[in-house]
Design a protein around this ligand. Structure first.
Ligand SMILES: NC(=O)c1ccc[n+]([C@@H]2O[C@H](COP(=O)([O-])OP(=O)(O)OC[C@H]3O[C@@H](n4cnc5c(N)ncnc54)[C@H](O)[C@@H]3O)[C@@H](O)[C@H]2O)c1
Length: 456
């Protein structure tokens, strides 16, 4: 199929690459000349594992332009993947989507063949049918369901594994105007997916609600795990990993996203809860659960900072490993490592930080307040207290010999529990998230009438 993709950012560039990789002819569209030039030269405009090789390999089927009209004219379907930034009230702005839709509609005016428009950008429920559709019809002078089709089709991806997530999704969520639009998109995806995902087809508003509900539900699990970890830390003998592993065996709950650690971050999760709460408010409903999830999340960086401050002599050096909001990405939006660094700097500590990919982005935000080490080892060797804030695979190879030698017993705050505790305990104070006082761990516990656990 001939396909155009409007917005060549972290998501759009990968979708364009994956479609071209599967044999489709793809024209990317972006206002940013650097993104357009990159595609036309066979380079990836954004950094994402596997994308550079994929774009290079599919270069013959991939081009880009800043002219949305010519891209629509030459293709049968157009995906919109432009940003929808959060407004002051937390709702997603539809401005850029409408701008892109207007460009598409102008081109549709001149087009005689059927064209499928797909909104993939995250939007507020009600946007596709309530605003995008009327604009497309008004500006193009054409009729949806006759001259063109329309779908809302969000992606469920995580930065760092976007190619994999797009290739083997759990489900395809398709909000379609009519049977024809939905069939055309579903057929296209059959050529993209390496698996046989479940297909959930519905109207626009249900798909919009489902998209935002997935993210708010997943974050509820994360905040639950963090709340559990916080409680376990007060209970002698408790270990939130043990509890989470047990409750995760219940098929009603499942194991994923139940690991207590830092709060969730990134460009989607934090803002999705706020937008969902705002949407509920507009329906005169109080989304108590979404608000609580956000509230628990917002205190995680401060909570970790307090834990570190308790074990760090004033003015000492704290090493932070991990500044990206998750492993395998350079993105630092709402990164807990960055928030942690800011908290600790404000308390007067010297911070040395290292991240395998996010150093440049972190430098822009943290500036001279923080020192940056060239490697994990260089960071560890300077720190009286070393914290793992992001669970990069690379950090698993940290060895006790990399720790600061001048300290008789440096502290290792392994917040994600990725290090071999037995190897570190002989030489360092090992602290993990979600564990009660260690002297009682493995011992007997009794619960008094007041409900407080005490080791016996
Ligand atoms: N990044 C994620 O993890 C993720 C995950 C799921 C959903 N989403 C959603 O996907 C959408 C896009 O996210 P992203 O991370 O790729 O954004 P991004 O900021 O990385 O990229 C957006 C691109 O769109 C371009 N653009 C803006 N207006 C344009 C226009 N009118 N015409 C052509 N190009 C235009 C920008 O120049 C930029 O290159 C957002 O709504 C986001 O909510 C993102």
């Amino acid at each position: 199929m001939n396909i155009s993709v409007v917005g060549l950012g972290k998501l759009g560039a990968v979708l364009a690459g994956v479609l071209a990789d599967r044999g489709h002819q793809v024209i990317g569209v972006d206002l940013n000349p650097a993104a357009v030039d990159a595609f036309n030269q066979g380079r990836a405009p954004v950094s994402e594992p596997g994308l550079a090789e994929m774009v290079h390999g599919a270069a013959a089927r991939l081009s880009a332009t800043s002219d949305i009209g010519s891209a629509v004219a030459k293709t049968d379907a157009t995906f919109i993947l432009v940003p929808s930034p959060s407004g002051p009230d937390g709702a997603f702005s539809l401005k850029m989507v409408l701008n892109a839709a207007e460009g598409i509609a102008k081109a549709l005016r001149e087009k005689s063949s059927y064209h499928l428009v797909v909104v993939t950008t995250t939007v507020m429920p009600g946007s596709t049918g309530g605003e995008v559709l009327p604009l497309l019809e008004r500006v193009s002078g054409k009729k949806c369901g006759v001259d063109f089709g329309l779908c809302y089709n969000p992606e469920f991806i995580a930065l760092g594994s976007v190619i994999q997530d797009m290739s083997t999704p759990d489900m395809l969520l398709i909000g379609a105007y009519d049977q024809r639009s939905g069939d055309m998109l579903e057929e296209l995806y059959r050529s993209v997916c390496r698996n046989q995902p479940a297909v959930a087809r519905m109207n626009f508003v249900n798909a919009e609600l489902a998209k935002i509900s997935v993210n708010t539900y997943v974050t509820t699990k994360i905040s639950y795990a963090n709340m559990l970890a916080e409680i376990c830390e007060q209970v002698p003998g408790a270990d939130s990993d043990v509890v989470a592993a047990a409750i995760g065996l219940d098929t009603r709950i499942g194991r994923k996203y139940l690991k207590g650690a830092v709060g969730y971050g990134g460009p989607c999760f934090p803002r999705d809860n706020i937008a969902f709460s705002r949407f509920a408010e507009l329906q005169s409903v109080d989304a108590t659960l979404a608000k609580a999830t956000d509230q628990v999340n917002r205190r995680q960086a401060a909570r970790l900072a307090e834990r570190i401050i308790r074990v760090t002599p004033p003015g000492e050096t704290i090493g932070i490993l991990g500044l990206s909001y998750k492993p395998d990405t350079e993105v630092i939006e709402e990164s807990q490592g960055i928030m942690l660094a800011s908290h600790l700097v404000a308390e007067g500590f010297r911070i040395v930080a290292y991240d395998p990919a996010a150093m440049n982005n972190a430098r822009r935000v943290l500036g001279a307040k923080v020192e940056f080490a060239d490697s994990m080892e260089a960071c560890a060797s300077q720190a009286a207290v070393l914290v793992i804030a992001t669970a990069w695979n690379e950090f698993k190879s940290l060895s006790p010999k990399h720790l600061r030698q001048s300290n008789p017993r440096p502290v290792v705050v392994d917040w994600w529990r990725i290090l071999p505790e037995a190897a570190f305990e002989p030489v360092a104070e090992y602290i993990a998230c979600g564990r009660g006082p260690s002297e009682a761990r493995g011992g007997q516990m009794a619960f008094a009438a007041d409900g407080v656990a005490r080791s016996v």
